[in-house]
Design a protein around this ligand. Structure first.
Ligand code: FMN
Length: 322
């Protein structure tokens, strides 16, 4: 599986409806789920968290957890679905995650992270990958980062997805932790130089196909988060310009039309309109009628009995957009 272009795991954003929407735009991008904690899978409704549409693939499931045995049990549950990879979250700095002793705090304990990865590798047939930062708190030297990657790759992890900024575990909100610590792409480039056999995917602040192509001159893959969500049409050229597929670039209207069919099907099963339309608010970004489309959907899709006609009406406000 090629991870040349990935869409990042984003809590509350990359749910199955969002992924189905994005899959209409790119056949090839690897889509990551929101982080799902081992506790949610083992003590909650696993099927609710894991269900996916067959058309979404390839999708990587991101797990949050730090108990090797629990993670192994989770991977057994995951086996029944069509995921292509399990990714372990070692980069999220939120308080909730720190209290559970997983996420970015795991970077301070490379040995435990390696045990978790080893347990997942032994219990699952899927590739196991790790997403992390370039450092955490004062543990931000290049040696620390190499130590972390060295320890985790020694047990067999071959793919590292690296958000090219450190995380502060105290004092910054998760949002600030995505903005304030400086991006350091050179550090990730250096890693590829020092660990040439590992697959290194870079993440953080990538906002165009050109940026992606430039990173791919050195690295194995790019992962894009906020830009892919807030400006999803950005994905429309991934198949052609990143993966070299010979096919026409899909038009915005065509994406909307196809997503209407998905929405109609889902509404018949009881899914609310806004649970799906909220992911398409950025589809017309930058073209005529975009604001009116957004505003109409935001004002009308949330009412309890909103029908798909709300979406048709919103789309009529973008007439002429390409
Ligand atoms: C709303 C939101 C939720 C996020 N949730 C997760 C998550 O569940 N797991 C994770 O590893 N990273 C999460 N992230 C971080 C992203 O995966 C990514 O590392 C970060 O946004 C930097 O990439 P970008 O600059 O392309 O957005 C989240 C980011 C956002 C904006």
């Amino acid at each position: 599986m090629s991870r040349k272009f990935c869409v990042a795991p984003m809590m509350n954003w990359t749910d199955r409806h969002c992924r189905s929407f994005m899959r209409l735009i790119s056949d090839t991008a690897i889509l990551y789920t929101e982080m799902i904690t081992s506790g949610a899978l083992l003590y909650g409704d696993a099927d609710y968290h894991l269900q996916m549409d067959e058309d979404e693939s390839p999708v990587a499931l991101q797990l949050g957890g730090s108990d090797p045995k629990e993670l192994a049990k989770c991977s057994n549950l995951v086996d029944k679905y069509d995921y292509s990879e399990i990714n372990l979250n070692c980069g999220c700095p939120s308080d909730r995650v720190q209290n559970g002793m997983f996420g970015a705090v795991m970077m301070k304990n490379a040995k435990l992270t390696a045990e978790c990865v080893s347990s997942l590798l032994n219990s699952s047939q899927l590739p196991i990958t790790v997403k992390h930062r370039i450092g955490v708190d004062d543990f931000d030297s290049y040696e620390f980062l190499c130590d972390f990657i060295g320890t985790v790759s020694d047990v067999g992890c071959k793919t590292f997805i690296i958000h090219a900024r450190k995380a502060w575990l105290q004092g910054l909100s998760p949002k600030q932790n995505r903005e304030i610590p400086e991006l350091n792409y050179d550090r990730v480039y250096q890693l590829k130089n020092d660990f040439p056999d590992l697959e290194i995917v870079i993440n953080g602040g990538i906002s165009s196909i050109e940026d992606s192509i430039n990173h791919l001159k050195v690295l194995d893959g790019v992962m894009v988060g906020r830009e892919a969500y807030t400006n999803p049409y950005f994905l429309a050229e991934v198949d052609q310009r990143i993966y070299g597929l010979d096919k026409p670039v899909i038009k915005r209207e065509e994406i909307a039309e196809k997503f209407c069919i998905y929405i109609d099907n889902e509404m018949r099963k009881g899914t609310k309109l806004h649970a799906m339309t909220r992911h398409m608010l950025g589809l017309f970004r930058g073209v005529k009628g975009a604001k009116r489309f957004r505003r109409y959907l935001s004002e009308n899709a949330y009412s309890a009995n909103a029908s798909i006609d709300v979406l048709y009406k919103a789309l009529s406000k973008t007439e002429g957009a390409t």
